[in-house]
Design a protein. Structure first.
Length: 404
C-alpha cells in the first residue's frame, strides 16, 4: 500500500512530527511505501531511507544569519504553539502569507497525488493542510493531535479548515480518551468517524541502555557528582506546566539535597522560566535546550524519574518514550496521561498543584532508588503495549477499511 502523509511540522522537534516519523518507519518495515509532505526551513534536515520526503521550504526568520533555501517562502512555517525552529503561530500570518502557505502545500499535495499515486492520505491534525487533500480522489484519514483542537478554540476564523477536513475524511484517529471526548464535543456530527488508537514510540531509539551518567550529563555541561537526576523533556510552552514544575522544585529541592533537575527543550517560555528559576533560587535546575532523539533516549536512561507536568496533554508521547527506557514517570492526572500512567509505572499528580507534584516526585524517586528492578518492568510494559510494532496492525486495518 502507498501512504501519503501530510504534517504541519518537520519530523523532528514536535510530537506530531515524531508520531509521523514513527508511523512511516514502521509502515516501511511492514512493506508499505510512504511519502511525507512537510515544512522545512533548511536544506540540511534529516533524511530517512525508509520514506520519501517532499519538503515545502520556508525562511527561518528567527535565525536570519542562516542562508535561506532558494525559492523558500519568505516567512517561517506557522505553529499552534511553538517549534524549536519556529515561533510563528497561525494567528501571526497575514492574509497574503496564509494564501502563499496554502498554495505551496496544495501544489505539493497535487504533485504527489499524481507522481506517488497513494492509496490513502493520512493527514496529521484536523486542520489546514489535510483540508487541501479533500476531493483529491484518495481516501483521507486524519489524526487529531490535540494542539489542532487548541487552534480551533484559539482562532475561530480558521475553523473552516477543521470542518472541511473532517467532512472529507473517512476516519479520524483519536490518540486518547480525553482527545476523543474533545473531538466528540467539538464535532458531534462527525462522531461516527472516530477511531481510538493509542500512540506509539520507536523502541529502536527508546530502550534501556547501560550508560555512564556522568559522561552523558557532561556532554551538556553538567557535573552530576553522583547526584540523583529528575528529568523534564518537552516544549517550553505554557500548557506544558514547566512553571508548576519549578514551583514544585522550590519545595523538593531543599528536601532532596542530592537531586538535580534537568530540563531539556526550548520554546517561547524558556527565557521567562529561566528567570523564574533564578527568582526562586533554584541552584540545581539546569536548562540544556533542545536535544535530538538519540540523545534524549540517553537522558531518559540515566534519569531516575521523568516528569510530564502538563496542564493538558493530548497523549504524552514523551512519557511512553521514557517508559520505553525503563524510566518511572510522574505526570499530571489529566488529558491522555491517565490512559497509561499509574502507580505501576510511576505516579499521577493534580495539575496546577506544585505541592502535590513535589510530593509525587519525592515518593516516586524514593521508590525508584529502592527498587532498581522496577525499571525492567516499566520497559517491558511499554514495549508490549506502546511500541509502534505492537500497534501498527491497527493502523493497517484502518487503511484497508477506508480503501475498500
Amino acid at each position: 500500500m502507498k501512504v501519503l502523509m501530510i504534517n504541519h511540522f518537520p519530523l523532528e522537534g514536535s510530537g506530531s512530527g515524531t508520531y509521523t516519523k514513527n508511523l512511516a518507519m514502521q509502515l516501511a518495515k511492514q512493506g508499505h511505501e510512504v511519502c511525507v509532505i512537510l515544512p522545512e526551513n533548511t536544506a540540511d534536515f534529516p533524511r530517512y531511507e525508509s520514506m520519501r520526503l517532499h519538503p515545502v521550504y520556508f525562511t527561518n526568520t528567527d535565525a536570519p544569519e542562516l542562508e535561506a533555501v532558494e525559492g523558500a517562502l519568505p516567512f517561517n512555517f506557522p505553529c499552534f504553539t511553538t517549534h524549536p525552529v519556529s515561533t510563528v503561530s497561525f494567528g501571526d500570518l497575514t492574509d497574503d502569507q496564509m494564501a502563499a502557505y496554502l498554495g505551496a502545500f496544495k501544489e505539493a499535495i497535487d504533485e504527489e497525488i499524481r507522481a506517488f499515486q497513494p492509496d490513502v492520505v493520512h493527514g496529521q491534525h484536523v486542520w489546514a493542510l489535510p483540508s487541501l487533500a479533500v476531493g483529491c480522489g484518495v481516501p483521507l484519514v486524519l489524526t487529531a493531535h490535540g494542539t489542532d483542537l487548541m487552534g480551533y478554540d484559539k482562532w475561530p476564523g480558521m475553523r473552516h479548515f477543521s470542518e472541511t477536513a473532517l467532512t472529507g475524511a473517512a476516519a479520524v484517529i483519536c490518540i486518547s480518551a480525553d482527545n476523543e471526548q474533545l473531538v466528540r464535543t467539538l464535532f458531534p456530527s462527525h462522531a461516527d468517524k472516530i477511531v481510538r488508537m493509542r500512540n506509539g514510540y520507536n523502541p529502536d531509539i527508546f530502550h534501556p541502555q547501560a550508560l555512564d551518567r556522568a559522561e552523558v550529563l557532561a556532554r551538556h555541561g553538567i557535573d552530576c557528582a553522583g547526584r540523583d537526576v529528575i528529568l523534564f523533556a518537552g516544549k517550553m510552552a505554557r500548557f506544558k506546566g514547566v512553571d508548576v514544575l519549578l514551583e514544585a522544585a522550590a519545595i523538593y529541592e531543599p528536601r532532596l539535597g542530592n537531586a538535580i533537575t534537568v530540563l531539556a527543550g526550548d520554546g517561547e517560555e524558556r527565557a521567562n522560566l529561566e528567570a523564574m528559576a533564578a527568582e526562586l533560587g533554584l541552584s540545581r535546575v539546569m536548562f540544556i535546550g533542545n536535544v535530538a532523539q538519540d540523545e534524549l533516549a540517553k537522558l531518559y536512561c540515566i534519569a531516575d524519574i521523568d516528569l510530564v507536568p502538563s496542564r493538558r496533554e493530548p497523549f504524552g508521547l514523551v512519557a511512553v518514550e521514557a517508559m520505553g527506557c525503563g524510566t518511572p514517570v510522574v505526570a499530571t492526572n489529566q488529558g491522555g496521561l491517565p490512559d497509561f500512567v499509574d502507580d505501576s509505572v510511576g505516579a499521577l499528580a493534580n495539575p496546577e498543584d506544585a505541592a502535590d507534584l513535589a510530593r509525587s516526585i519525592e515518593d516516586t524517586l524514593g521508590r525508584a532508588l529502592a527498587d532498581p528492578s522496577w525499571r525492567e518492568k516499566i520497559a517491558a510494559y511499554a514495549e508490549a503495549n506502546y511500541s509502534q510494532a505492537a500497534i501498527i496492525h491497527e493502523l493497517e486495518e484502518l487503511y484497508r477499511r477506508v480503501t475498500t
